[in-house]
Design a protein around this ligand. Structure first.
Ligand SMILES: Cc1ncc(COP(=O)(O)O)c(C=O)c1O
Length: 442
C-alpha cells in the first residue's frame, strides 16, 4: 500500500526555497517524491509529518541505541541543561565520562571530546600526523570517515566495470586535487596488499585509518586474522592504527569493535551511540600519543564537552555498561535476520548477512562480501527497489543497500512482527514488479 506523503511534498516545495535540496544534510534528500520530514520519534519508531509511522532501522545512522526519547537519558540531559549553558570552560562531568570510557575501552587511556564523528576523525588524523611527523595515510576501499577533505577521497564502486583497478575520485567538488597523493587505498581482508603499500611508502605513512566493520558499506567486516595482521604490520612499519568506532563503538560490544576482535588501537574515535543522539564525539588513545595534545597539537572548540551532551553520554554509557541492553539488541538483530532469511529462502532468493547483528547488512548474493568490490557482484538493484516498497510498508531502512540496518534496545516483538510482515510484502512486490518489467521488455 503506497503511503500518503502530501505534507512532506508540500513542505519540500517550501524548504527547497531556503535550504539546498530542501534539507539540512545531503544524505536526507531522497528525491522530490520521497524526501520525508519527521514529526517525532519514540522507542524504535518514528512518525513523519503525514502521520506515517515507521519501524526505524536507520536510527539517525546509529545514534539512538536505546531508542528515541529514552526517559532516563533525557532526564540526565535536562539536568545537564540546568547547569546553565556552555561556558567554554571545563566541568567535572568531563572526567567522569572520560573515566567510564577508559574503563570500557582499554586503548582509550586518555580522552578528549568534540561534537561530531567528522571532528573526532579529523583530529585523530592530525594527531597521528603530528606524532609520526608524516603526512600520508591508508584508507580502505568502501570506507567513510566523515566530510573533511582528507577523508573525501573514495572509490566510486558503482562506476567500476569490474576490470582492472577501480578509480579513486574526490567525493565532492572542492576537495584539493593535490591532496590525492597523500591517500593510499587498500582492500579489506588483504594483508599482503597492506604490507606492500606500507613497505613501498615506508617513512611517509602516518597511519592506517580503519573501520573493521564498515558501517557505511553493508557492514563488510575484517576477518579477525586480517585485523591482527594489520595490527602487526602497523607496529612493524611504525604506522599508527586509528580505529574509527564512530558507528561500532558502544554498539557491537561494550568495548566496541576492539573488544569484539581483541585488538587495540593507537588512536580511536567514537560518536553515534555515545549519548543516544545528543551531539558528542570522542577522540581517545594511548597516553604517549594523546599527551601530544596541548604540546604541539591543537584541539578544542567552543561547544566541546557541552554539559547537556556530557550528561546524556554519562547516562547512556552507564546503561550500556551495566545492563544487558547490548545483548538484547544483538538478539533482536539475530531474530530479524532469521525472519528475513525465512522470507527470502521460501522464494529462492540468494542472500546473506554481513556485519554484526546490531548493525546488519542484507546482501543479495549467497556468500557475504569480504571486500567492497564484492558488492558490485550482488543484486543491489533488487535491494534498492525493495527499500522503496519497505518505506511504503512502514519499515524505514536507508534507500541505499550499502547502509546497514541499525537495531536499538527499544525494538520489541511488535516491531519485529510489523517489520517481517512489511518485509514479506515488499519482497513480493519487488519480485512481481521485476517480472512485469521483464515481460514488457521481452
Ligand atoms: C565510521 C564513521 N566515521 C565518521 C563519520 C562521520 O560522523 P558525523 O556524521 O557525525 O560527522 C561517520 C558517519 O556516519 C561514520 O560512519
Amino acid at each position: 500500500m503506497a503511503r500518503t506523503l502530501t505534507n512532506s511534498h508540500a513542505h519540500f516545495k517550501l524548504a527547497e526555497q531556503r535550504l539546498p535540496l530542501g534539507v539540512a544534510s545531503n544524505f536526507r534528500y531522497w528525491g522530490e517524491e520521497r524526501t520525508i520530514y519527521i514529526k517525532s520519534g519514540r522507542g524504535g519508531r518514528i512518525t513523519d509529518i503525514d502521520d506515517n509511522i515507521y519501524v526505524d532501522y536507520r536510527l539517525g545512522y546509529g545514534p539512538a541505541i536505546l531508542g528515541y526519547a529514552d526517559a532516563r537519558v533525557d532526564e540526565a540531559a535536562r539536568q545537564g541543561m540546568a547547569l546553565g549553558g556552555v561556558f567554554a570552560l571545563s566541568t567535572e562531568m568531563e572526567l567522569q565520562v572520560a573515566a567510564r570510557i577508559s574503563r570500557m575501552v582499554p586503548a582509550a587511556e586518555l580522552v578528549r571530546f568534540s561534537n561530531s564523528g567528522t571532528e573526532a576523525v579529523m583530529a585523530a588524523l592530525r594527531l597521528a600526523r603530528a606524532y609520526t611527523g608524516r603526512d600520508d595515510y591508508v584508507l580502505l576501499e568502501g570506507s567513510y570517515h566523515g566530510l573533511f577533505d582528507a577523508a573525501m577521497w573514495h572509490v566510486p564502486m558503482h562506476a567500476w566495470n569490474q576490470q582492472g583497478e577501480p578509480e579513486v575520485t574526490p567525493y565532492s567538488e572542492g576537495v584539493p586535487v593535490n591532496s590525492r597523493s597523500l591517500a593510499h587505498f587498500v582492500q579489506m581482508n588483504d594483508a599482503n596488499a597492506l604490507e606492500t603499500v606500507l613497505a613501498r611508502h615506508a617513512g611517509r605513512i602516518a597511519c592506517l585509518l580503519i573501520e573493521p566493520i564498515m558501517g557505511n558499506c553493508l557492514g563488510i567486516a575484517a576477518d579477525q586474522a586480517y585485523l591482527l595482521a594489520a595490527r602487526r604490520l602497523c607496529d612493524k612499519y611504525n604506522v599508527l592504527m586509528i580505529i574509527d568506532e564512530v558507528k561500532t563503538g558502544f554498539r557491537v560490544a561494550r568495548g566496541g569493535v576492539q573488544e569484539l576482535y581483541g585488538v587495540q588501537a593507537d588512536i580511536c574515535t567514537f560518536a553515534k551511540a555515545v549519548a543516544n543522539g545528543y551531539p558528542i564525539s570522542v577522540l581517545a588513545g594511548r597516553e604517549h600519543i594523546m599527551r601530544k595534545i596541548g604540546r604541539g597539537v591543537a584541539h578544542g572548540g567552543t561547544y566541546t564537552a557541552h554539559p547537556v551532551s556530557l550528561a546524556a553520554a554519562d547516562r547512556t554509557l552507564q546503561i550500556l555498561e551495566e545492563t544487558d541492553a547490548l545483548e538484547r539488541i544483538a538478539e533482536y538483530g539475530t531474530k530479524l535476520r532469521a525472519g528475513m532469511s525465512a522470507v527470502l529462502g521460501a522464494r529462492g532468493i540468494p542472500h546473506s548477512f554481513v556485519g554484526h547483528p546490531s548493525m546488519s547488512g542484507l546482501y543479495f548474493a549467497e556468500k557475504p562480501p569480504r571486500t567492497y568490490r564484492d558488492w558490485k557482484g550482488s543484486d543491489y538493484s533488487f535491494y534498492n527497489e525493495m527499500a522503496q516498497h519497505l518505506h511504503d510498508e512502514g519499515v524505514l531502512c536507508e534507500p541505499d543497500s550499502r547502509e546497514p540496518w541499525f537495531m536499538c534496545a527499544a525494538h520489541d516483538e511488535s516491531c519485529l512482527s510489523d517489520t517481517l510482515r512489511g518485509f514479506e510484502r515488499a519482497v513480493d512486490r519487488t519480485v512481481t514488479d521485476g517480472a512485469v518489467r521483464r515481460k514488457l521488455s521481452a
